[in-house]
Design a protein around this ligand. Sequence first.
Ligand SMILES: [Zn+2]
Ligand SMILES: [Zn+2]
Length: 137
Amino acid sequence: MELHGSCLCGSACFVCKGKPLMMGCCHCADCQKASGSAFSPLLIYPIDKFGLLRGDLKKFCQKGGSGKEVKRSFCGNCGSLLTTWYEVTPDFMVIMAGCIDNKAEFKPAWDIYTKEAQSWVEFGKGHKVYPMGYGSK
Ligand SMILES: [Zn+2]
Ligand SMILES: [Zn+2]
């Protein structure tokens, strides 16, 4: 299995090899700002399974809640957010699911940071729901 993704203008595209480790939705305040949306649907891959095929990605770095670095990559031309990398989990790449072309392969199973979710949002049917990070109570 291979997933392909691209930005809005098409100048950046990437491939993810194999199956994602996890798929879900993040409702944290930072994801809302970064995506310009209510939450971020995302897939998690081992970092070596992600490859940029084309494009010039720009990076935005900030400190996350843990005090460690969070690096978001987006198309330098159209601004589509493609990936997020967390220093706390350096071996993984988070792929923003809205950029994936094989949409049928995206099957989210959980919602995280629901404490920060917008009030009108309903969480996915049958999803595991965590108020903070994955596994939180
Ligand atoms: Zn673009
Ligand atoms: Zn988030």
